[in-house]
Write a protein that binds this ligand. Structure first.
Ligand code: GRF
Length: 202
């Protein structure tokens, strides 16, 4: 069995690297393509270094987001992907894209959702003075970080933490949870009931 996956990035690509290092090429799972919303993203270099086709889909290169999303969807379909992993992809994808790949897109977010959705989660959590933040991997629906939750792990906020020190520890957890969610999905071990939101891990 082969399980082609795509990873979408916008920047550094450390989560992509974790997937390449721990999931790619094992149990039939192959990262077959990497797309970025920014041409200069380090994640594109990481993909090419691993021999994975990588391409930028910048909104500015298209009449608008709908056209960009359509081009991206065609490219992903051309690669026959079973799962799309948003790994630090910092742009919203429109409804037609989400519907096209419904139930086959996961995202990693640096908080314990539903707390602090959207951009600036770590900044908001520090400003709020929370003692715990964390990581959520969730299915993507048409809302902002609102889809059914697959995996979560708390990360303690320490006194003196800055956005940078806290984000570094959060990323440590992300680099375990996101590859694990890919493995579970591709092993057919995730069930989302038609009614309700709670994802069961079989
Ligand atoms: C991650 O912390 C992710 O949760 C957030 O953006 C960051 C991406 O990091 N959405 P990287 O590009 O994978 O290093």
């Amino acid at each position: 069995m082969s399980f082609p996956i795509a990873v979408l990035v916008s920047g550094e690509g450390s989560n992509l690297q974790a997937i390449l290092d721990t999931v790619h090429g094992r149990d039939g799972i192959e990262v077959v393509c990497v797309a970025s919303s920014r041409a200069g993203a380090r994640g594109l270099e990481r993909a090419r270094d691993a021999g994975v086709p990588a391409e930028a889909f910048e909104i500015g290169a298209y009449p608008g987001r709908d056209e960009r999303d359509a081009a991206l969807a065609d490219w992903l379909e051309g690669h026959g992907v079973r799962l799309i992993v948003l790994a630090g992809f910092m742009e919203l994808l429109g409804s037609p894209f989400i519907q096209c790949f419904e139930g086959r897109i996961v995202n990693v977010h640096p908080s314990l959702l539903p707390a602090f959705p959207g951009v600036g989660a770590i900044e908001q959590a520090l400003a709020h003075g929370v003692k715990l933040i964390g990581v959520t991997v969730h299915f993507v629906d048409e809302g902002v970080d609102s889809g059914p939750i697959v995996l979560q792990e708390p990360v303690a906020v320490e006194s003196g933490d800055t956005v940078e020190t806290l984000h570094a520890r959060i990323k440590g957890a992300e680099h375990r949870l996101l590859p694990e969610a890919c493995r579970l999905f591709l092993a057919g071990r995730l069930r989302v009931p038609p009614e309700g939101r709670r994802v069961t891990v079989l």
